[in-house]
Design a protein around this ligand. Structure first.
Ligand code: SAM
Length: 190
């Protein structure tokens, strides 16, 4: 069976990430992906989970407490500032990251991810990504501002050097109402 978008996003991360590694949830929201990543890397691994909304950080905190996870650092800041939370040398290696773009369901639809900070975050993570590491971006684009973000990211990724990165697009082209799709970037070489 063809996997749905969220299942496929998790499948790709499962394939790329190993136990004990450091990973990033760039848009933690209600913490679904944070919890998934936390289990994937195990107790000796590390998850950095970002969100600009206090409510999202609180919801994710609750989620990880409920599941007794101890390997998550919650960061109430924009993913545009990820570099502040990683050592400046490229030694701090990241093996995977996920972005769920757009707004938090059942919350303020005006608080959305934006092209500039999303692209800054992607570029920062790419610098720290280990070989074969993977960034998965779930692109929701049906909301106001979504189309601009989608186009800016596609344009940016289109120009990534094919010797260094493989960039995949996965989505269902016969679904109505601007269905989300996946962009995944795998590092082939430094
Ligand atoms: C689609 S939701 C994420 C859903 C989440 N993955 C989950 O499992 O519930 C998008 C999230 O991105 C957050 N966000 C928007 N701009 C951001 C930024 N610059 N940095 C970090 N988070 C941001 C929003 O507050 C919102 O919670």
């Amino acid at each position: 069976m063809l996997k749905g978008i969220l299942n496929y996003a998790h499948y790709l991360l499962e394939e790329a990430i190993k136990k004990d590694e450091t990973v990033i949830d760039a848009t933690c929201g209600n913490g679904n992906d944070t919890l998934f990543l936390s289990k994937l890397v195990g107790e000796q691994g590390k998850v950095l989970a970002f969100d600009i909304q206090k409510e999202a950080i609180a919801a994710t905190k609750l989620r990880i407490i409920e599941h007794e996870r101890t390997n998550v650092s919650l960061i109430h800041d924009s993913h545009g500032n990820i570099s502040k939370y990683l050592r400046a040398d490229k030694d701090e290696k990241i093996s995977g990251a996920i972005f769920n773009l757009g707004y938090l369901p059942k919350s303020d639809k005006k608080i959305i991810t934006k092209p500039d900070s999303t692209i800054t975050a992607i570029d920062t993570i790419l610098k720290h990504l280990r070989r074969d590491g993977l960034i998965v971006i779930v692109v929701y684009h049906g909301h106001e501002g979504g189309k601009e973000e989608k186009e800016a990211i596609l344009k940016h990724l289109f120009h990534l050097d094919q010797k260094k990165y493989s960039v995949l697009r996965y989505g269902f082209i016969n679904q109505k109402n601007d269905p989300p799709f996946i962009l995944a970037i795998q590092k082939k070489a430094d």
